[in-house]
Design a binder for this molecule. Structure first.
Ligand code: FAD
Ligand code: UQ1
Length: 458
C-alpha cells in the first residue's frame, strides 16, 4: 500500500508522505527503499532510493559521500556510466608536461562511496512529476530526493573542423579532455616557429581560467627551451575583457604585456582548417562580423560547451538549458525535492571545482531542511576560485563571489604571482580533492579564510 502510494502519488503527496514517515514512523522510512518491502517478504526493489544522485563526478560523489554517511547503506544511488573518475584541474599541468595524465584518473569503483549503490548507466530522461529517472539500460529509478550533478557537456562537433583537427593534426590540442590533453605537451615540444594560437569558446565554460593558463605555460615552456623569440603567442577571446573581475583583469593584462602575449578580445573562433593549418575568427565588434583567417603552427582549443542534452530537454531545465536552481540553496526552482550542484546548474557564478566544494555545505543544509519540513535558509555566496598558473613555479590565486568581488583566503597579496600558490595547485589541492572533497569532508575554504584573517583587517 505504502509502496503503491509512493509510486503513484503526486510529487507533493510523495514528499508529505516521506516527511510523515521519517518524523513519526522511523522504521518505515525505508518503505520506499527496500526495508519495508523485505519485512513484508517481498523482494527489495533496487530501483527505489531515498536519494538518487545523477553523475559521479566531483559534485556528485561529494554529495553521495555526505548523504550516504548520514543516511546509511542502500539509501543513496549514483547513476554514472563512466568506468573512470577524473580530477580535471590536473589537466592544465599535464598539458605542460608537469604531471602525468594517469595521475588525474582513478577507477570509479575505487572512489564510489561504499554505502552507495552504483548504477553504471546513463540517465536518459528525467520525470520529476513522478520522482523518477530513466536510465540507458531501461531502469526507472525512483527517489524521494534527486541531486543532479551531470557536469557541463563538451560539444566538440559544434566547432567546424575541430574533431578532424584534433584527430589528424598533431599541433591542434585541447586540455579539456583526458583523450586530447597529452597532445598539448607534444605540440609544445614539437613547436618550431610561427603562431601559437590559444582560444576561448563563445559558450558557457568550466574553469574559465584554464584556457588562459595554457597560454602562460606555453610562454614559460618556450622561454625555458629557447624558442620564445620564434613564437608569436596570441590569445583570442569572444569576451570584452581578459577577466571578469576588475582587480584580476589588471593583473593579467599586465602579465600579458610584460610577456609579449597579444590578447585579441571580441574574436570568436568559428572554423579550423587543418589541411591549410588556418584558424578562422569572427570579429564580434563588426556587423556583419568580419572574418579573419590566421595561419597557426600550434593551436589550443577548448571546445564549445553547454548543458547536457537530456537535462536541456527536461522539465528541470532553466532558460539556458542548465538545471534551474535557487542561487543560495541549490534547490530546484520548481521541484522542491530536486537539488543541483556544479557545472550542470545555473548558479550565476564561474563553474569551478572550488565552487562545487563551497556549494556542498549549503546544499546539504537545504536538503536537511526540506527533509524536516522546513524552508532552506542556507546561503551559497557564489564563491568560486582557481589558481591561475602563470609558469611552472608560480600562480595567482583568484577567488571571488556573485558580486565579482574578491573573496580571498590568504592574508598576502593574491594579485602577485606566488610560488606558494603553485605549490598549492600542484601538490596540496590534488590530495585535498581525493581525501577531502570526494569524501564530502571539505566544504570550501571559508573556515580557513576566517582563520587566516584573524588579526588582519582584510
Ligand atoms: P564533473 O566533475 O564534470 O562530473 C560530471 C559527471 O556526470 C561525470 O562523471 C559524467 O560522466 C557524469 N554524467 C554526464 N552525463 C551523465 C548522464 N547522462 N547520466 C549520468 N551521469 C552523467 N576547477 C577548479 O576549481 N580549479 C581549477 O584549477 C580547475 N581547473 C580545470 C582545468 C581543466 C582543464 C578543466 C577541464 C576543468 C578545471 N576545473 C577547475 C573545473 C572542474 O574540474 C569542474 O568545475 C568540476 O569537475 C565540476 O564538477 P561536476 O560534478 O559539476 O562535473
Ligand atoms: C578548491 O577548493 C578547489 O577544490 C578542491 C580547487 O580545485 C582544484 C581549487 O582550485 C581551489 C583554488 C580551491 C580553493 C581552496 C583553497 C584552499 C583556497
Amino acid at each position: 500500500m505504502t509502496l503503491n502510494l509512493c509510486r503513484a502519488g503526486s510529487r507533493v503527496a510523495h514528499l508529505k508522505l516521506s516527511w510523515i514517515l521519517s518524523r513519526h514512523m522511523a522504521p518505515l522510512t525505508s518503505s520506499c527503499h527496500g526495508r519495508l518491502a523485505s519485512t513484508e517478504g517481498s523482494t527489495p526493489s533496487p530501483s527505489m532510493y531515498k536519494f538518487v544522485v545523477v553523475g559521479g563526478g566531483s559534485g556528485g560523489l561529494a554529495m553521495a559521500s555526505s548523504l550516504s554517511r548520514k543516511h546509511g547503506k542502500g539509501q543513496v544511488a549514483v547513476i554514472e556510466p563512466s568506468e573512470d573518475h577524473f580530477y580535471q584541474p590536473l589537466w592544465t599541468l599535464v598539458g605542460a608536461g608537469l604531471k602525468q595524465k594517469e595521475q588525474s584518473r582513478r577507477p570509479m569503483k575505487d572512489v564510489m562511496p561504499k554505502a552507495c549503490d552504483w548504477i553504471k548507466e546513463k540517465a536518459v530522461e528525467f520525470d520529476p512529476e513522478h520522482n523518477s529517472v530513466k536510465t540507458s539500460g531501461g531502469k526507472v529509478v525512483q527517489y524521494d530526493y534527486l541531486v543532479v550533478a551531470m557536469g557541463i557537456q563538451l560539444n566538440f562537433d559544434q566547432l567546424k573542423g575541430l574533431p578532424e583537427a584534433l584527430e589528424n593534426d598533431p599541433m591542434v590540442c585541447c586540455n579539456y579532455s583526458y583523450n586530447t590533453v597529452d597532445k598539448t605537451y607534444k605540440a609544445l615540444q614539437n613547436f618550431k616557429s610561427g603562431n601559437a594560437i590559444f582560444t576561448f569558446p563563445n559558450t558557457p565554460v568550466k574553469c574559465a581560467g584554464a584556457p588562459q593558463k595554457a597560454v602562460y605555460l606555453a610562454d614559460d615552456y618556450f622561454r625555458q627551451h629557447n624558442k620564445r623569440d620564434r613564437a608569436t603567442i596570441t590569445y583570442w577571446l569572444p569576451l570584452p575583457s581578459i577577466f571578469s573581475v576588475a582587480q584580476y583583469e589588471a593583473v593579467f593584462t599586465d602579465i600579458c604585456k610584460k610577456r609579449d602575449i597579444q590578447v585579441n578580445l571580441l574574436h570568436n573562433l568559428v572554423e579550423i582548417k587543418p589541411e591549410s593549418k588556418e584558424a578562422v575568427f569572427a570579429k564580434l565588434d563588426t556587423e556583419p562580423n568580419e572574418m579573419i583567417t590566421v595561419p597557426y603552427e600550434m593551436l589550443h582549443v577548448p571546445p564549445p560547451m553547454g548543458p547536457p542534452d537530456i537535462l536541456k530537454a527536461s522539465p528541470l531545465a532553466g532558460p539556458a538549458g542548465f538545471l534551474s536552481v535557487n542561487k543560495e540553496t541549490g534547490q530546484h526552482t520548481k521541484y522542491p525535492n530536486v537539488f543541483g550542484i556544479g557545472d550542470c546548474t545555473d548558479f550565476p557564478t564561474a563553474k569551478t571545482l572550488a565552487g562545487v566544494a563551497q556549494q556542498t555545505g549549503p546544499i546539504l543544509q537545504a536538503i536537511s531542511a526540506v527533509e524536516n519540513g522546513l524552508t532552506p535558509v542556507a546561503k551559497y555566496d557564489g564563491y568560486t576560485s582557481c589558481p591561475m598558473v602563470t609558469s611552472d613555479r608560480t600562480a595567482v590565486l583568484v577567488e571571488f563571489d556573485y558580486n565579482l568581488e574578491p573573496l580571498e583566503t590568504f592574508p598576502f597579496d593574491q594579485c602577485k604571482e606566488q610560488r606558494s600558490m603553485y605549490f598549492m595547485k600542484a601538490q596540496l589541492l590534488p590530495a585535498l580533492y581525493w581525501h577531502g572533497v570526494l569524501k564530502g569532508l571539505f566544504h570550501g575554504p571559508s573556515t580557513l579564510r576566517k582563520l587566516m584573517h584573524l588579526g588582519f583587517s582584510k
